[in-house]
Design a protein around this ligand. Structure first.
Ligand SMILES: *Cc1c(COP(=O)(O)O)cnc(C)c1O
Length: 388
């Protein structure tokens, strides 16, 4: 049988060394007393959970957070041996999976706490407390009732955590309120490790770092808090191939809805990327792309598979069919794209990661390291120094 082999028209290029460098940047920022856990949920924000986790572990990360038990089991099956914690996934139902694969549940409610009591001290767990996000987590009263000083010695969590609602707004009073509520629980549960800040919380100051920060966005080059100068390296580049070029006469419209009309006779390139690849529809007529160092505006709407670009001012030899246009790079990052599209950079990144062919630069591991899931029985895992 014949098989069709062709190179991708849309490539999201992920620089794994930049992710490792961002881990180092975060580690230096919080200092040696504070551990840095990496959040690799949602396929590492679209960048590939296995490649990203392996790179982070190689760079010294010893705790990964995922959203679901499936993600944790996938990491274990690919020989990721460091501690893995699951933000929320029914420990009361799936407890035996956690224990047999040394996976740490984040306990979010009283039902799960009962299951912890049943499982006994062999099961390491983290405790999530609700301090103002109104999502998951035990209320402050429930925590007091259960862990009162002098109440009989309960199996305690190794980490207590909570999540900030407004950390990207440095001056917001909600931050102070949540930190003070969290500190009360932290003091009550001592000795325990505390974790409050995610990426944006890094810049709220030392009093928000406690013992452990949980960062996703910052590792992936997203500058959540808009810190200037930006200490994080961009991680992703995005390019798409030009499929065709056509002349558009002055006064003619381009694309669905005729949202762009040429005010001069123009040379318009059609590139093979659209909202199917995760390019936000809302960046129509609002961004530019780079072609061999030149800047060219995206004109008209984003179609499912195509975009249109005004290349009139760029030498024709640089932007014929087959040439690539760059949509994300050093000087136009995921933060810029998201701002133009009026969505969050995390949303932009997860959508592009899911929709594009991904290529990896600078892996610190051989490609076979990820390709052979091992038999469950052969797994050697630990909950590291996050166990008790
Ligand atoms: C997603 C998530 C994080 C990481 O957030 P970033 O802002 O991407 O660093 C941390 N903690 C919890 C509970 C999360 O859900």
């Amino acid at each position: 049988m014949m098989s069709l082999v062709r190179s991708a028209d849309v490539v999201l290029e992920i620089n794994l060394a930049a992710i490792q460098a961002n881990l180092q940047t975060v580690s230096s920022l919080v200092g040696p007393q504070v551990s840095v856990a990496a959040v690799v949920k949602s396929d590492a924000y679209g960048l590939g959970i296995l490649e990203v986790s392996r790179s982070l572990v190689d760079a010294g990360c010893s705790l990964l957070f995922v959203a679901s038990l499936e993600e944790a089991l996938l990491l274990r099956s690919c020989r990721i041996g460091v501690a893995i914690a699951v933000f929320r996934d029914e420990f009361d139902r799936y407890g035996k999976w956690y224990l047999s694969h040394s996976i740490i549940p984040v306990v979010n409610n009283c039902g799960e706490l009962l299951a912890i009591d049943t499982a006994g001290k062999a099961q390491t767990y983290f405790l999530n407390v609700e301090t103002g996000l109104s999502r998951f987590g035990l209320g402050l009263e429930d925590v007091r009732r259960r862990y009162q000083p002098h109440a009989f010695e309960k199996h305690r969590p190794s980490v207590v955590l909570s999540h900030l609602a407004c950390s990207e707004y440095l001056g917001d009073a909600t931050n102070v309120l949540q930190r003070d509520r969290f500190r009360a629980v932290y003091d009550l549960l001592r000795p325990v490790r505390g974790s409050l800040a995610a990426s944006a919380g890094l810049w709220l100051g030392k009093s928000y770092h406690f013992d452990l920060v949980r960062v996703g966005s910052a590792l992936y080059g997203i500058n959540t808090a808009g810190v200037q100068p930006n200490p994080l390296q961009p991680v992703a580049k995005l390019r798409a191939r030009i499929l065709d070029v056509r002349k558009v006469l002055r006064g003619e419209a381009v694309g669905y809805g005729a949202t762009f009309r040429a005010c001069r006779t123009s040379r318009v390139a059609i590139a093979g990327i659209g909202y199917k690849h995760g390019l936000p529809w809302t960046c129509a007529n609002r961004i530019s792309v780079r072609i061999a160092g030149h800047c060219a505006p995206l004109i008209g709407r984003i179609a499912m598979e195509y975009i249109t670009i005004d290349t009139t001012d760029i030498p024709e030899t640089l932007c014929g069919p087959g040439a690539f246009v760059e949509l994300l790079g050093e000087d136009f990052t995921i933060d810029d794209l998201a701002a133009a599209a009026m969505i969050s950079p995390q949303e932009a990144l997860t959508r592009l990661g899911a929709g594009c062919t991904r290529q990896y630069l600078n892996p610190s591991f051989p490609s076979e390291a990820l390709s052979k899931p091992v038999a469950q029985a052969a797994l050697k895992t630990s909950s590291g120094d996050f166990g008790r």
